[in-house]
Write a protein that binds this ligand. Sequence first.
Ligand code: SAM
Length: 302
Amino acid sequence: MGCISCAIPRFIRPTITISPSLKLSFPTFHHRTVSAAVYPALRLSEGEEIRSPELVAREYADLNLPDKFCQEVGHVRIRQHVNPLRSSLMVPVEAPDWNVVYKDATLPLMVDIGCGSGRFLIWLAKRNPGFRNYLGLEIRPKLVKRAEYWVNGLALKNIHFIYANATVSFKQLVSTYPGPLILVSILCPDPHFKKKHHKRRVVQKPLVESIVEGLVPGGQIFIQSDVLDVALDMRDYFDAESHKLVHIDSINPDMLCDDEGWLLNNPMGIRTEREIHEFKYISRIYSRYYSKLATSRKRWRF
Ligand SMILES: C[S@@+](CC[C@H](N)C(=O)[O-])C[C@H]1O[C@@H](n2cnc3c(N)ncnc32)[C@H](O)[C@@H]1O
């Protein structure tokens, strides 16, 4: 996949060489469903030259995803942001028959909004068969086609991708899902840098309200961006729901934050492609992780 939301245009980005003096610090993992530590792919030999696609391939090596695709998928090359305000994308998509797309449609659901290639979600789905379902929403049809092609190849029955504008389709989709919604992630959304284009950003008030409303008590929200302005924008939206959400560090002392309230570690056990690109350019990822407050003593356990 092309690098679509980078602050640095591709042609002026340097190729880095990992020097012995550059310390690679990898996060520790606190996510309960992920048992094995990852990133073995990033044990780089001294002086080794790496390109972002190679880093991605190494990190997701155990998925063994084919590079070559059937004619139907074709070549996947992504360059430009999609304008989600296009009239054709403003109509909510119809929900699928969940009993057809998942083996057990009553399982707790994780939704990844703007899932890109889908590798991140496929990695999680492969590790959690039989007790969670995964749904990726993506506005680029080719990425969805390719992700579904990979899922079929891996014969996974707990993951599905939908071509949709999440901002307008999320509510309709999750409200028809038979099981509980337990986790929503929005990871490195397209930044739409120009102020006049901020309204194209995926995180808007109605989406935030739908997420908070759709989650079960104790359900969680993981957001992150490599662009501080975008991270702050998302943070403002979710912090404004403080009567319904709490930030995770206040209930889980293992989830450490810096002085600004950004998470110090990746809680998922795997990085998204965007995160891997950022690692290469040694910039920063700003993450927050919220939990929905329980209204009664009853709290969803997972
Ligand atoms: C920068 S990429 C990040 C992909 C992935 N989350 C990651 O961290 O590697 C943002 C993705 O969000 C998708 N996207 C943007 N607006 C969207 C929308 N309104 N609904 C669904 N997907 C959207 C883009 O097509 C793109 O694939």
